[in-house]
Design a protein around this ligand. Sequence first.
Ligand code: BGC
Ligand code: NOJ
Length: 814
Amino acid sequence: MKYGYFDDQAREYVITRPDTPLPWINYIGCQSYFGILSATGGGYSYYKDARLRRLTRGRYNNVPADFGGRYVYVRDNASGDYWSPSWMPTQTTLEDYSCRHGMGYSTISSKRAGIRTSTRYFVPLDETLEIWQVTVTNERLEAADISLFSSVEFCLWDAQDDATNFQRNLSTGQVEVDDGVIYHKTEYRERRNHFAYFSCSEELDGFDTQREDFLGAWRGWDKPVAVEEGRSRNSIAHGWSPIGSQHVKLRLEPGESRQIVYVLGYHENDKDDKFDPPNSQTLNKKTVAPIIAKYRDIANVESAFDALRAHWDQLLGVYQVTSPDQHADRMVNIWNAYQCMATFNMSRSASSFESGIGRGLGFRDSNQDLLGFVHMVPSRARERILDIAATQLSSGGAYHQYQPLTKKGNNDIGGDFNDDPHWLIVGVAAYLKETGDFSILDAPVMFDCLPGTEEPLYEHLKRSIQYAQDRIGPHGLPLIGRADWNDCLNLNCFSDTPGESFQTSTSKDGKVAESVFIAGLMVLSARELSDIAAVSGKAEDASYYAKLSADMSATICEHGWDGDWFLRAYDDNGNKIGSKENDEGKIYIESQGFCALAGVGLEDGKARKALDSVAKHLATPHGIVLQQPAYSRYYIEYGEISTYPPGYKENAGIFCHNNPWVIIGEVMQGNGDAAFDYYSRICPSAREGISDVHRLEPYVYAQMIAGRDAPSHGEAKNSWLTGTAAWNYYAITQWIYGIRPEYSGLRVAPVVPERWTDFKVNRVFRGVSYDISVTRKGAGNAVTLTVDGTVIEGDIVPPPVNGVQSVKVEAVLG
Ligand code: BGC
Ligand code: NOJ
């Protein structure tokens, strides 16, 4: 069952009924001003930091879900009938409802009683504001008297305080209304020099800024008294809950359309020039006035929207594919790339599942996210890498998270997640291969953000490996620390205190429990560092790290192999995890996928055997589960993983983040059929037809799909902000299609399904446009490349001579 359809031409997903199983959201904003926007007008906005600069309220865990939003009410003044054209919050029956989620904008349209409303929401580039462009059309045969009431509920800036500290914050709210513009200025009187404003392109018939006056006592947003009576109260909020609502009256002739533009924005004044006149308490509006004036002009609104479109054309134009599979095409060309940019912009802060008040930027998450967006925004990737590296500790260890506003490591969570440092190497290698910008390795970068500690970035990479070398366990495998990629495998925790964090409480010295996953990761990271060293002329380092990688690979084969698959870990008692000797959790995906991806056991058949075991024990029609059998009880020695009921999250859920490791592992085996089959099982678009089972957005990945042990097998949770986006993008674009940046050029080494006869990729790489067409002449993956008419040796297309802007590559497979 479906709730809409893809409009690939327009790069939109069109939702055709508002009652999707769960809120289906989109994001607006891509620089400093951001918003979540659901298909029913729900969601909130913030400037830079979802916790500390929250402009409007969203209500998490509300019933119904998806509450608090950018709501406009339409009132027919003749009949008194009123409704929400985005369905929420009045839930009035609508005709022709649709929500088009596009690249950085959404348009919600509907009709009732002959009045059609269509609202386009977006954030113009280089602005700190959002636009709601409302078009109202009278499709009746007679004239209509209509009222529009807009509404936003302001957040008192710090979303955490706003949701908890009522004894104080119900007395702090302040607003001003001037020339029809509503200014929200809570705490501006003291230490803030920023405020929010809400303006409208029309003359107002009235306004409200105090929630209770607008809604009426004992009423909710579904039946505001001001709307019901068609009369604003012109209220000025003092404390309680400041809102913004504007009342506009329209008389529309038959067939007539009108556009009304609302602007909700964030603005900062100079600290020394906050008030006008200077010794008053009145907001200085001089610098915001021209911005408000600009978007009263529809022509400026339209050109801002065109610029946004052009921005996305450019970003998505870097990699475009035409293949026999429409699901993969639309994911790669549109939605997966778009989701990768969302993970870049939002990290893990604000979604339907992340409240925006919790996590900072994850060290491992942000490094892995790079794999998905580095080709679209290389200069911003460079900046991100340097920010992340500056939080690294001089031991080579890492804070698990850092805060986006301060860019400092987060002391509450601390470090000792022993996989973290390796991901820095993985991220930097991806950046170097994409850009060829080796100057980044010489950039001076602090440790722990302490001025005076600067060392070249290259030294940071070496320390990442050193950190692991300093933490080797009894079997020669890396010690796990608080956890590795699997945050819930907490082998040094042994927690028996309710509510204690599994990630931050440690009751063991950490000298025994080892991770085969980190070992596999280290095989890769040490090899990447060796390659980086080789290309930058450091031959000694190159051979040192190459040997380290090979040695670790050998150690895995000796102490990390269980006969039919790779072990997962050794616990604090030195017992195996992920072994046929265990009663539960006998086989885990992470070590199979990552070791196979890193090339461990590639030659002697271990990797093949491990992947066959994945197919046998872990693969389901909805994706590959994390481990089997699921833990049926709490194991104090394993930690959080065994807290989840079977089939959810790390306890045998389908973690869509690590499925691509198996996909790439199969590619390394030359098995394009299996790789693409696994890809398709979790591909959101390919699951669109079972939206009633999957339940979340069919245009983006979710972190998890419930595993086979869960009653709701196939149901997704935690969409949007997940490493799943980058890894699936990386797996399909670089490994299955095989178009892969290398230091010496662009590799073309597809491992696609046997039945694919041809496909094409357009790839912009280091400023050159590669037009690549692949044709299959026989079975297998052997490739012959013809570059601009000349057959070349091998599968790497070297960079063209200076000045050449486009290259034609013909690849013959088989
Ligand atoms: C979740 C993990 C998450 C961790 C850290 C756990 O409860 O299961 O997926 O990474 O919390 O926030
Ligand atoms: C979500 C975290 O963000 C990610 O870093 C982690 O690897 C997975 N959970 C698995 O536990």
